[in-house]
Design a protein around this ligand. Sequence first.
Ligand code: HEC
Length: 464
Amino acid sequence: MLKRSSSLAVTVMLSAAACESTGPGDTGGGGGGGSNSASVTFHRDVEPILHKSCLSCHSNGRIGGFSLEKYEDVRPLAASIVAATQSRAMPPWGALSTEGCEPRFPFKGDISLSDEELATLQAWADADAPEGDVADAPPPFVPPPLGLPNKAQTLAPEEPSVVEGDSDLFECVVYDPALTEEKWIDGIHLVPGNAKVAHHALTFRTSREDANTLSGGTGRFPCFGGAPGQIVHVWAPGGNPFELPKDVGIKLTPDDVLIVQMHYHPTGTSVEEDSSEVELRYSDVVPPYQFVVTFPGNAANGEDGLLPGPNDRGEPEFRIPAGVSDHTETMEIVIPPEIIIEVPILMAMTHMHYVGTDIRLDIERPFSASQPLEECLVHTPQWDFNWQRMYTYDTPIDQLPKGKAGDILKLTCHYDNSMGNPFVKKALTEQGLSAPVDVVLGEETLNEMCLAPLGILVPSSIDL
Ligand code: HEC
């Protein structure tokens, strides 16, 4: 299914690489690796890949835990690097170009590896990880800034979160920017306080009133699926600040606060505290577009959008039966008549919980003069709850994919509700269960979702 990681493609390219390097007299000694060592070296071929896709996390003091900066450090890890990259566990980047889905534009900050890069890493490991000539090395790695450039405000919680025990903790924490006038955010970032336990964070814009009701005035409350309001930022370890493109902002009024849903992963052995910070930057002018996230998907039983599925008992139902390892739910959401103008889509995200394995969003346009009639917007074929991201198209606003009234958003979600799914096994264990249970739509850990938050650009003059 995965186009880029198809083992066939990798094999073909590997043999091509081997052929190229097999010069006259290079046929005997040194085993299979001898010939490759002439063509693939650490400094020339491997180091640039590590710079592009790995060092933002695997360099000194960053979340990856160990450094992949120096040849001496990388060499002994050659085999595990091949295993982690071929399985697509590393680098953690979910949106891939697949056989059925090739998004029209690249995503900003895409660190996923191409087939060629995977083959290069493998050929290098097969050749016994040669160093090569240091003169071939790329320029020194410059780590991306850990904070938001030119930030205007830093928000911190009043009290730290306490993370202990051995179950994952989901906590919503209120951050109050205390604005006295309306402002437009053009950059936002979450800075984890304690990298040992901060696993993931979703930031929402919510009214102060709702936040107070939910937290009973304490500034925090337990939450799993998310918080009410508008999602404005997603952070995963190593995540970059979300800097909106020129002409785009997120409206924040004096009545608004931010709620960060923190996902903590306890160490299991120690009591940890975390005070993660939210950094904000504001635009000097009211930008022409506001960034708004809509949530197509999650069609419930009895709703039009939910299509018939393989395990329905009668009417279409959102139910993933216990023990079924290849269940699919599909939904079709028609963009409502109010959207009379074509709306640019800047960001596409996918969202499921622990049973989900693969989720994809397509758009079908019954008629359009400017847009393809069918287009895949995003596909995360190896869904991983722990590494959710916002995928932002890297193209000028006027070229972004667009949607309008009557266009159909199609969601296809696959699930594995068996003990063969390690995330299901872990979630069940945490709930004290020993066998899978039927999973239905909902907010809890052992509920599921089939959702594709879409970041659209709406004229700022429209009051939302
Ligand atoms: C966004 C941060 C991030 C990036 C980028 C990243 N890693 Fe990792 N890596 C981690 C973290 C965190 C772990 C620890 C295990 C975990 O949480 O998944 C890890 C673990 C590993 C492991 C240990 C085995 C495993 O699969 O858990 C290897 C090997 C590895 N990374 C290699 C790489 C390589 C090679 C790249 C680049 C192609 C890369 N990583 C890019 C964060 C990252």
